[in-house]
Each structure stands twice: as structure tokens, then as C-alpha cells.
Design a binder for this molecule. Structure first.
Ligand SMILES: Cc1cc2nc3c(=O)[nH]c(=O)nc-3n(C[C@H](O)[C@H](O)[C@H](O)COP(=O)(O)OP(=O)(O)OC[C@H]3O[C@@H](n4cnc5c(N)ncnc54)[C@H](O)[C@@H]3O)c2cc1C
Ligand code: SF4
Length: 543
């Protein structure tokens, strides 16, 4: 099922314009289309049908966009959007389906102490609709554990090494289908082949992405998705809102300059939604001065162990498979350490897998760290047999202080967080990971590219915050329903018809992978929006 239409098909006015097509945008588009609204979803990335995600390195490289103060490489529609920052680097997804296209699909609910933090308005943390939001998110994304998880080498090796931490790993809930099925969005899905390529993009169609769940549902109910279309700015008008498009985003596309709508939902992710609101504020839209603050990296890192004594098989094998073994999904299992006295010390460590398209270059990536001999050996024998068969990949998540700030510099979004690399979470994660790797007989490699053009800054794939939920404009950018505060009309006043619904609304770190909470809060926001605007936020799944 083709989801998107070309930008040339855009009409001048809609009831609702949703900017971005990740979890927040997908939920919003589905619920509002079901309510009979004329919905347009604008997505800066392209639609990538199942089977067309990069399978080889040249394809992967062609889908990389890398930007920073002094660097701009690759197409602005590239699926893997890497932002180099002076204080922190970020990786986000760009395409119809957003980050869901390239994530590992781990779906976890945070420790209850996260929502007990008074940073959240009480009306949200005590709302029964928070549970209902999680229930709906789970019904639509279907997290489950791989019934074969414990047979995968990478989880076995983590299990053996876990003695070092005294907590055994358990299979992780991931949004992947392990038998042939029909998705909640009505799309036929084959069973997962356990190829390990989830973070490159699932070419089987077994990962329950937004593109296979909420977006097809939205389209079936009349929503239109336009891609690639990048929004630059939003302007308040007498009739509602106007959206300014970026004419230079894709060469040769004929685009209208602007579109009109009664309502706008910013769902462009932490970086995208904050950037658009910062630009709108710079042009005069009254927005809280909390905008851009409370940026969190969710205490998230990717790290490696090199040279484990046992075979780990943590490199994807592709589809069709390049080998005679399976890797398992990008994450099969995890160690969860809960500190009952200090939430900030709780952490989750997942055994990960690198996508097969990266296989040919993995040895090269490790050369700067002095593992030249192993790298050369692997280049000769292939990464599935040589020392790289013992490469461990870890995705670790915990808590940081959420004291980063998103700012516009020369019209470009930047993360200002001078003390980021000294956040205590990184030392704690390094200690835990190093002990696991040492127990497995390997050497801890925090970041193989450290000291190259990547510098020594931390990197995250879980950017959160910037448009945080608060009690009023003095403490947040939006209220608990997602409505943007209008400080010019009073601390609790909101702009009519302007919402933010995505990862940027989190006022703190979650300490677990965020997709389930982003989706749950989106489902909850839509229930409240339905009450306020007189529609039912229908979430029933066709049998
Ligand atoms: C490699 C990787 C692995 C991950 N693994 C996990 C995991 O296992 N579990 C988990 O919970 N989370 C994981 N995450 C994080 C998770 O995917 C994100 O937190 C989530 O996708 C954010 O959802 P969102 O709705 O906020 O925005 P996104 O999913 O980022 O969607 C925002 C969309 O808006 C579009 N957009 C941005 N700016 C504009 C603009 N100006 N105009 C038009 N469109 C725009 C973007 O292209 C994007 O498609 C991972 C992320 C990555 C990159
Ligand atoms: S392991 Fe392979 S088939 Fe399974 S969800 Fe991940 S990419 Fe898709």
C-alpha cells in the first residue's frame, strides 16, 4: 500500500496539518482522520516501501545525511539523520514513519517514579487516561518477546557475562511480529526472520513501524501524507494557521509557498518541533521562554565490546540471509537494574546488533582505535567469521539531568549542553558495560570513532524535550493536553489550534527507550483533544 502523495498534489487548505510522521504524527493523523477531519501529514523524508531499505553499504551511505556547524553531507531527505554538535551528537530517522523505520523497537514503560516527579503536571500523572494511552499504544504496536530469544548467541553471551553485575538478562519486549499476521493498520506482515537488521530498516515487514500501523490506518480513513515536504515555519492568521514550506528542500519539486489550516499539530520529533517553534517565536509568536530547555539524551549510549571469547553474532545477516545462522532482532534481551533508592541510578542494558549493510565497513570503523590486526583479518575473512563474530553491541539507557538547551544559531538547530559529557550517567554506564565486556573476555570500546571528526562528545538516538509539558507557561511550553501556551494572554492561556505531540513534550529523561511513552502520551492527548473539540478518539482495531 503506497502511503504518500507527491508535494505537487498539496491543496491550499486543510482542517488539520500534522508536521512529521513518527509516533506522535501517526497517532494524531489516525485519530483525527477517523474523526472525519481533512488531514494532511507533511513529512520531510521519503516513503521507503518494505524491501527497499538499504541492504548494502553504498545504499546505506546514500541514505546518510550528516550536518553540523561546519559539515553538510548527503541528501536532506536521507533516512539516517546524523547531527554533529559541539556538545552532543544525535541520530534520528527521516522518512514516512519517522524514527520507527530505523529503531530497535524496544517498547518499555518507565519506572512509576518517572511520572511521580513533580515536573509533570499532577493532572497528567494521576490521569487514568495515562494507563489507557499505554494500553492503546500496546494494542497498536504489539510489543512482544521473541519466543526464541534465549537461543540467540548475543543474549547467551550477555547472560554469561551478567554475573559481573549480578542481574541476569531477560528477553525484551519489542514491536516485532514473530508469526505471519495482519498489523493493527491492516497490512499483511510476514514473520520476523531474525535477521538483525532492524536499525537499518526492516526489509521483511515484520517490525511494527508507524508506516505499517498508524499511518495506513490514517490513509484508509482519508488522511493524505505528502513527502518529501519540509516545514520551515508556522504563522498565526485570522483564520487559524499558515505553514511555510522550505522551497530548497528537494531540487526540482514544485511546491506551494504556504498552506493554511484550522489546526496544526507539531509532530516533527524533539529536534524538528522545537526548531519550528523557535523559528516561529523569533518571528513574533508568543511562546514560553521554557522553549528549547530541558533537553535530555535519555542517558542513552551505543557502545561495543571487542574480542569476546565466545561467538556473539551481533551483526545483521540481511534478507535474504548472507549466512547460515540467525542474529535475532536488533535487541532480544536486556539487563534491567533498578535502584530502589535513587531512580537516576537505574539502568537498562540491551544487547544490540549492527545492520548487515554496515558489515563491510565495521572493521574499518574500528581501525582508529588500534585494532588494526583484527580489522585486517576481518576484511579478509568477512565479519561473520573473524574477530568481529565476537563483537558485542550494547544499547544502554538511564537518566540524565535534562539540562541541555536547543537553540537556533544561524537558522540551524544546535544543542547547547557544555557539561554533557560529564553527566554522571556516562561514567556509571561505562563502568557497568566495561565489567560485562571484561567478563566476556573482550575489551570495552566506548565509541570506535572517538577522537576522529566525532570528537569525544556523547551521542544519543533518544533526544527528548525542548517543548516540555508543564503546569503553565512559567514551567512548560505546552499543557498536559499538548496545547502550546500563549504567555501573552496569561500564564495558563493556550494558542487555539496549536499542539505539540511527540518526544519533545517530555520534561525529563524516561530512563527506558521512549517509543512506547511517546505513543501513549499521544494517544492520551488525542483523547483529551476529542473531549475538547467534540469527537471520539476512536482506537478500535478492525478484526
Ligand atoms: C537507531 C535508533 C534506534 C532506536 N531504538 C529505539 C528502541 O529500541 N526503542 C525506543 O523506544 N526508541 C528507540 N529509538 C528512538 C525512537 O525511535 C524515537 O524516540 C521516536 O521515533 C521519536 O518519535 P517522535 O514521534 O517524537 O518523532 P520521530 O519518530 O523522530 O518523527 C518525526 C518525523 O518528523 C519529520 N520531520 C522533522 N522535521 C520536519 C519538518 N521540518 N518538516 C516535515 N517533517 C519533519 C522527521 O523526518 C520524522 O519523520 C531509536 C532511535 C534510533 C535512531
Ligand atoms: S530482525 Fe529482521 S525481520 Fe525481524 S524485525 Fe528486525 S529487520 Fe525485521
Amino acid at each position: 500500500m503506497r502511503l504518500s502523495s507527491p508535494p505537487a498534489a498539496l491543496k491550499p487548505r486543510y482542517d488539520v496539518i500534522v508536521i512529521g510522521s513518527g509516533y506522535g504524527g501517526g497517532v494524531t493523523a489516525s485519530r483525527l482522520a477517523r474523526a472525519g477531519k481533512r488531514v494532511a501529514v507533511l513529512e520531510r523524508g521519503r516513503e521507503i516501501p518494505t524491501g527497499e531499505f538499504p541492504a548494502r553499504f553504498p545504499e546505506l551511505r546514500a541514505q546518510m545525511q550528516v550536518t553540523g556547524a561546519r559539515v553538510k553531507i548527503g541528501p536532506s531527505t536521507g533516512l539516517y539523520d546524523v547531527r554533529f554538535g559541539e556538545h552532543m551528537h544525535v541520530l534520528v530517522g527521516c522518512g514516512v514513519g519517522g524514527g520507527s523505520l530505523i529503531n530497535a523497537g524496544v517498547a518499555l514503560r518507565p519506572d512509576p517514579r518517572v511520572f511521580a516527579d513533580p515536573v509533570w503536571p499532577r493532572v497528567l500523572s494521576s490521569d487514568p487516561r495515562l494507563d489507557e494511552g499505554y494500553a492503546r499504544a500496546k494494542a497498536w504496536l504489539r510489543p512482544q518477546v521473541d519466543p526464541n530469544a534465549r537461543s540467540h548467541s548475543k543474549l547467551k553471551v550477555l547472560h554469561a557475562a551478567s554475573e559481573a553485575l549480578g542481574v541476569a538478562p531477560e528477553p525484551a519486549e519489542i514491536v516485532v511480529s514473530f508469526s505471519d499476521t495482519i498489523s493493527a493498520g491492516g497490512i499483511a506482515q510476514p514473520a520476523c526472520t531474525r535477521c538483525g537488521d532492524c536499525v537499518g530498516g526492516c526489509n521483511v515487514g515484520a517490525k511494527n513501524t508507524v508506516a505499517l500501523t498508524y499511518l495506513p490506518d490514517a490513509v484508509r480513513h482519508g488522511a493524505e501524507i505528502f513527502a518529501p515536504v519540509r516545514v520551515r515555519d508556522i504563522v498565526k492568521t485570522a483564520q487559524g494557521w499558515s505553514v511555510t514550506l522550505d522551497p530548497d528542500h528537494v531540487k526540482g519539486e514544485s511546491l506551494p509557498v504556504s498552506l493554511e489550516a484550522e489546526m496544526i499539530v507539531l509532530a516533527a520529533g524533539t529536534l524538528g518541533s522545537t526548531e519550528i517553534l523557535l523559528r516561529a517565536r523569533a518571528r513574533g509568536l508568543p511562546v514560553s521562554d521554557r522553549l528549547g530547555t530541558r533537553f535530555s539524551a535519555n542517558g542513552d549510549i551505543i557502545a561495543f565490546g571487542y574480542g569476546a571469547k565466545s561467538t556473539v553474532n551481533a551483526i545483521g545477516v540481511g534478507h535474504p540471509s548472507k549466512t547460515d545462522f540467525v542474529t535475532g532482532a536488533a535487541v532480544s534481551g536486556q539487563i534491567q537494574i533498578t535502584d530502589p533508592d535513587d531512580l537516576a541510578h537505574s539502568l537498562t542494558i540491551q544487547e544490540g546488533a549492527m545492520p548487515s549493510a554496515l558489515a563491510p565497513v565495521l572493521p574499518v570503523l574500528f581501525i582508529p582505535n588500534g585494532r588494526l590486526l583484527g580489522a585486517v583479518q576481518s576484511l579478509i575473512s568477512g565479519v561473520y567469521k573473524g574477530p568481529f563474530a565476537g563483537l558485542q553491541t550494547f544499547f544502554a539507557v538511564s537518566h540524565d539531568s535534562a539540562s541541555g538547551r536547543l537553540v537556533l544559531a544561524n537558522d540551524r538547530l544546535e544543542i547547547a549542553w557544555p557539561g554533557a559529557q560529564d553527566e554522571p550517567v556516562y561514567a556509571r554506564l561505562d563502568k557497568a558495560l566495561e565489567s560485562l565486556v571484561t567478563r566476556a573476555g573482550g575489551k570495552y570500546v566506548k565509541n570506535p570513532l572517538s577522537g576522529t571528526m566525532m570528537g569525544h562528545q556523547p551521542a544519543t538516538a533518544h533526544p527528548l524535550g525542548g517543548c516540555g509539558i508543564g503546569e503553565d507557561a512559567d514551567s512548560g511550553v505546552i499543557d498536559h493536553k499538548g496545547r502550546v501556551f500563549d504567555p501573552s494572554a496569561g500564564a495558563s492561556a493556550v494558542h487555539r489550534g496549536l499542539y505539540v505531540i511527540d518526544g519533545s513534550v517530555m520534561p525529563r529523561s524516561l530512563g527506558v527507550n521512549p517509543l512506547l511513552t511517546i505513543t501513549a502520551l499521544a494517544e492520551r492527548a488525542l483523547m483529551h483533544m476529542g473531549d475538547d473539540l467534540g469527537f471520539a478518539a476512536d482506537a478500535t482495531i478492525a478484526a
